[in-house]
Write a protein that binds this ligand. Structure first.
Ligand code: APR
Length: 236
């Protein structure tokens, strides 16, 4: 691994594992979110069409959990990196929580949408929303009770893919934190970045499905691995 001094452009991908120590459930652990709620029912457009009340309740619950959670040392370390790193940094997160932002990071791209954002199917407006949708509130813009969670469900196109691919093509370091590498297109970012000449580092609790694609994999808790890595980068 070349040293950190020549790093000018970092792209970071995060997944549910970076928020696990903040008390937010991951998806594929034994007690994961998908254990109690089949994906097809609560994270697809078809599931929403079939039982909108169930889906609204699922995301009302997640919105409540997000608001009760606090950023952990990993989120705060990335906030410090964002402030102090002299090169370019983009944090692409698969997470719908706002813990990166509350941890001090500024340049965060939520490719799977945001739990605290809602999207009106009547007028296409998006609103920051901290309450519930289950009770069918009126859209502040058009007055229709037609708002859905602003979440990218399975079968829908993740947000800002062009911007992500452009950043990956210019990165000289790609870091994946707290993701199982189970879901594309995010799971393919490491190959994209490596093909453009970036070094690839994985920080994860356990081996992921994509570990073999990385130049280096460090196993452990994000709250320990991420602050240590940020110190290394900032010390050059
Ligand atoms: N520190 C670091 N990594 C952790 C920690 C921790 N404290 N706890 C768990 N992990 C790791 C797990 O080992 C696992 O590899 O985080 C990863 C979480 O994997 P998933 O539960 O699959 O979550 P994620 O990778 O974010 O899922 C991707 O799938 O269902 C969709 O839209 C959903 O965005 C999600 C996407």
């Amino acid at each position: 691994m070349s040293n950190n001094a020549d790093i000018r452009n970092i792209v970071i991908l995060t997944g549910a594992g970076i928020s696990a120590e903040s008390g937010l459930k991951t998806f594929r652990a034994e007690d994961g979110l998908w254990e109690d709620h089949p994906v097809e029912q609560v994270a697809t457009p078809e599931g929403f069409a079939r039982d909108p009340a169930l889906v609204q309740r699922f995301y009302d619950e997640r919105r409540k959990n997000i608001r009760a959670a606090q950023p952990n040392a990993a989120h705060e370390a990335l906030g410090r990196l964002d402030r102090e790193f002299s090169g370019e940094l983009l944090i692409v997160t698969q997470n719908i929580d706002d813990l990166h932002e509350r941890g001090g990071a500024g340049n965060v791209l939520h490719m799977h949408g945001e739990g605290l954002s809602v999207w009106c199917q009547g007028c296409d407006a998006r609103h920051r929303w901290e309450g519930t949708l289950g009770d069918g509130p009126a859209c502040p813009a058009c007055g229709e009770a037609a708002m859905r969670p602003d979440i990218v469900w399975f079968g829908e196109m993740p947000y800002e893919m062009d911007r992500i691919f452009e950043a990956l093509s210019r990165a000289d370091l790609f870091v994946s934190i707290g993701t199982s590498g189970a879901v594309y297109p995010a799971a393919g970012f490491v190959q994209q970045a490596s093909a453009s000449g970036a070094r690839a580092l994985e920080l994860n609790l356990e081996e992921s499905l994509g570990s073999s694609n990385f130049d280096e994999s460090r196993l452990g808790a994000a709250s320990e691995l991420v602050p240590a890595w940020v110190d290394e980068v900032l010390k050059g």
